[in-house]
Ligand binder design. Structure first.
Ligand SMILES: Nc1ncnc2c1ncn2[C@@H]1O[C@H](COP(=O)(O)OP(=O)(O)O)[C@@H](O)[C@H]1O
Ligand SMILES: [Mg+2]
Length: 242
C-alpha cells in the first residue's frame, strides 16, 4: 500500500530523517513510536507530500509519489492529521469537514451530505455548528481526524492524535480508531502511550535518530533492550539538562 525507501531529510547538516524505510500493508495498524525529535513527524510529512525528501523513494498504491503534492497524495487515498491541529478557526466544524469532502465531491450539496456523514461517524454532531476556533484540544484533534476521513482515504496517518487527552478521551479516541480501521482503512499512528500501541497496533515501528531501529509485534518491541535504551537515553539526558 505504502512503501518508503531510504528516506533522508536534512535541515542544514542535521539529518532529521536519516535513511528510514517502512513498508505498510493494506489493513495494518502500525504504531510509530520513538523519543521526541526522532524524526517521526518529518517522516510523516514526506509520506503525505508535505515535504520532499532529499533522497529516497515513496510508492503509494503503485505510484511513485516521492515528489507529489499533498493533493496528489490525497487523490490517491492518503490522508493525515497534524501533530498541532491545523483547522480553519473561522469556519464551523461542519465547514472544516467539508474542506476534506470537496476533494471527492466538487458540488457543495454533495460535499455537505458527505461531511454530515463523517460528522455523525466521528461523534461531532453536538458541535457541528460551532466555530472551530472556539474548540478545545480534544475536539480539534477529533475534527482533524474527521476532515482527513472526509477525503475518503485508504490510508490514514495520525500524528499524536491522542496526545493531551484525558484517559476517558483516550478511550473514546481508541474506539474511534478501531471503527476507522473496521471500515477497511489502513492506519499509521504516532503515539507515546504504550498502552495505546499495545491495544491497537498489529506492528510497532521504532524511530530513533531518523532511522527505524526496531519493528515487530508491539509486545516484543516494547521489551527490546535497544528500544528501551533509545527512550531512557533521551529521558535521562533531559533530566540532566533540566
Ligand atoms: N523545519 C525544521 N527546521 C529545522 N529543524 C527541524 C524542522 N522540523 C523538525 N526539525 C528537527 O528535526 C528533528 C526531528 O523532528 P520531528 O520530526 O518533529 O521529530 P518527532 O516528531 O519524532 O518528535 C528535531 O530535532 C527537530 O528539531
Ligand atoms: Mg512529532
Amino acid at each position: 500500500m505504502l512503501e518508503a525507501r531510504d528516506i533522508v531529510v536534512a535541515f542544514g547538516s542535521f539529518r532529521a530523517v536519516d535513511g528510514a524505510s517502512l513498508s505498510i500493508g493494506k489493513g495494518e495498524i502500525i504504531g510509530l513510536i520513538g523519543p521526541n525529535g526522532a524524526g517521526k513527524s518529518t517522516f510523516f510529512n514526506c509520506l503525505a507530500g508535505d515535504r520532499q525528501p532529499a533522497s529516497g523513494t515513496i510508492m503509494l498504491r503503485g505510484h511513485d509519489v516521492t515528489r507529489a503534492t499533498p493533493e496528489e497524495h490525497a487523490r490517491l487515498g492518503l490522508a493525515r492529521s497534524w501533530q498541532v491541529p491545523a483547522v480553519f478557526d473561522d469556519l464551523s466544524v461542519l465547514e472544516n469537514v467539508m474542506v476534506g469532502a470537496f476533494l471527492r465531491h466538487p458540488r457543495t450539496a454533495d460535499a455537505v451530505a458527505a461531511a454530515e456523514k463523517v460528522i455523525d461517524f466521528t461523534g461531532l454532531r453536538p458541535i457541528a455548528a460551532a466555530r472551530s476556533g472556539s474548540l478545545g484540544t480534544p475536539a480539534r484533534k477529533r475534527l482533524e481526524i474527521a476532515r482527513a476521513l472526509a477525503t475518503e482515504p485508504e490510508i490514514l496517518l495520525l500524528d499524536e492524535a491522542l496526545a493531551g487527552l484525558t484517559p476517558t478521551e483516550v478511550r473514546a479516541a481508541i474506539e474511534l480508531v478501531r471503527r476507522i480501521h473496521a471500515r477497511g482503512i489502513t492506519l499509521v499512528i504516532v503515539e507515546h502511550v504504550m498502552e495505546v500501541i499495545l491495544s491497537l497496533a498489529n506492528r510497532a515501528v521504532v524511530f530513533h535518530q531518523g532511522k527505524v531501529i526496531a519493528q515487530g509485534a508491539p509486545k516484543d518491541v516494547v521489551q527490546d533492550p535497544g528500544v528501551i535504551e533509545a527512550y531512557l537515553g533521551r529521558s535521562l539526558n533531559r533530566k540532566a539538562r533540566a
